[in-house]
Design a protein around this ligand. Structure first.
Ligand code: HEC
Length: 451
């Protein structure tokens, strides 16, 4: 991990989360899961349609199959897009500054998501509803379908670049736009992993669709009966899942090490085991295509869902640990900033200089209450360490405390940096003495209370 001090550390928005963080973390995994399943069906389905329609030029049965699939996937497309809103909102709340930064750095491409999705939708509908009209202009019709599929392939690439960039503040000063964000080492392996996952999920879905759904008699060709269709889709699912056993590790090895952990390895391994069982069942389906079983299909769907849940959880665990250090540094920056604003406001309200003496409080106590107390308490941790700890570090050392306050160093890894504080010499002296007296006088005060 690069030293935090060389990274850009923006200030966060000083607002609490609207609900407990773990609620949001569960939501993001769950909402993302719903979204990604439909995205998988949409992306995989769009690709199938193009390829099958193209194969249909030679063998018309494939054309009918392509049409059937095109009819089922429009609803997936709508759901995929609508269900994308949920995770997007939660990401914005959980990773506000990180996500915003990534979006800003890839600005143009990020904004293009909206028109690209809109055009892809229009092309998809045009493709679906011109099947008969363009029956004699197959080239054009296939081109429309391919255009829609291509656009749907670009959107996840834009999104992946952002979601990766967000995790690596060390890249923020190097990246200038989407294309350079794509060069972050693990973006492309991740995309590959996603594409293969889409083909696997869609392959499995359509194999199931042609197992469970009635298939009108007139559509069955000698060439393309149900078991054959099923076998084809199961084979596609098998090939894609097997390929992901290569793409997955590639993705894992290109991830920057700072977020890797045994917990992550455990979660991913469980996902891999489930995927492996799916492969075994798929294999069984493929070698004996006649003995089809809807039960086996549901099992595979359940197992593969399990894999996706585990992978999505692993991805989230990685994300959280990858940015934890940076997030802490940011929280410190934010606290220091808000405290400094508080102090500045107070000093302004006091006419810039504090009056000395007067009233019941000693000058040291006044300065302490007004300036230091935002961050320091007697014996508990606030933004800064407790006074008891300070007194231990500087026993009877007024000068040492003054020196620190005028020019604080960077000492404790789990605290933010203390801002330098400018007071008059006598105020510096008074507050330092006050802190030492307060700590050493603690016992006496308790005795007094006991009287
Ligand atoms: C904005 C918050 C903030 C304010 C205001 C603030 N401090 Fe601190 N202070 C901190 C933090 C955070 C640390 C720990 C920094 C570190 O260890 O790197 C700290 C540490 C210290 C230490 C320990 C230094 C050491 O070497 O152990 C002293 C002494 C100290 N502060 C004195 C003061 C005094 C006196 C004031 C008021 C004049 C004051 N601080 C006001 C945040 C603050």
């Amino acid at each position: 991990m690069e030293s935090l001090s060389t990274l850009p550390i923006p200030k966060d928005i000083p607002l609490p989360l609207p609900v407990e963080s773990y609620n949001l973390q569960i939501s993001i995994i769950f909402l993302f899961l719903l979204h990604i399943l439909f995205v998988n069906l949409m992306v995989g389905g769009s690709l199938f349609v193009v390829v099958l329609e193209w194969m249909g030029i030679q063998k018309p049965a494939y054309d009918r199959l392509a049409r059937r699939i095109a009819e089922t996937i429009t609803v997936n497309k709508s759901l995929a897009v609508v269900l994308g809103v949920g995770p997007l909102l939660v990401i914005n709340v959980l990773y506000t500054i990180h996500f915003y930064t990534a979006n800003a750095l890839t600005g143009v491409a990020w904004l293009m998501v909206v028109p690209v999705v809109a055009i892809a939708f229009l092309l998809g509908y045009a493709h679906k509803y011109t099947w008969d009209r363009l029956a004699h202009q197959k080239g054009l019709h296939i081109a429309i379908g391919a255009g829609a599929a291509l656009l749907f392939l670009i959107v996840p690439l834009i999104f992946l670049a952002n979601i990766n960039l967000m995790l690596f503040p060390s890249r923020w000063t190097q990246v200038g736009g989407w294309v350079s964000a794509l060069a972050i080492p693990n973006v492309i392996p991740r995309y590959l992993h996603f594409l293969l996952g889409s083909v696997a999920v869609a392959g499995l879905f359509f194999a199931g669709y042609f197992t469970v759904r009635e298939f009108p008699e007139d559509q069955i060709d000698q060439l393309l009966d149900r078991p054959k269709v099923r076998q084809m889709f199961y084979s596609i699912a098998l090939a894609a899942t097997a390929a992901n056993f290569l793409a997955g590790p590639l993705l894992l090895f290109t991830l920057p090490a700072e977020g890797l952990s045994w917990k992550l390895a455990g979660i991913i391994s469980c996902g891999v085991v489930l995927a492996f069982i799916v492969i075994l069942i798929l294999w069984k389906e493929i070698i004996v295509p006649q003995q089809t079983s809807a039960t086996r299909f549901y099992w595979m769907a359940a197992l593969l869902t399990g894999t996706v849940v585990l992978m999505a959880t692993g991805r989230h665990v990685y994300r959280e640990s990858a940015i934890s250090q940076h997030r802490l540094a940011m929280a410190g920056e934010t606290l220091a900033y808000t405290s400094m604003v508080g102090i500045a406001n107070w000093r302004i309200s006091q006419g810039l200089e504090m009056e000395e003496g007067g009233g019941a409080r000693s000058p040291g106590e006044k300065v302490f209450d007004n300036v230091c107390a935002v961050c320091h308490a007697l014996d508990k941790r606030l933004v800064g360490p407790p006074l008891t700890e300070i007194a231990q570090t500087y026993p009877n050392d007024v000068a040492g405390i003054i020196k620190w306050v005028k020019n604080p160093g960077r000492k404790r890894a789990d605290y933010p940096q203390m801002p330098a504080i400018t007071l008059t010499e006598s105020q510096h002296q008074a507050v330092a003495q006050y802190i030492l007296d307060l700590v050493s006088g603690k016992g006496q005060e308790e005795e007094k209370e006991g009287e």
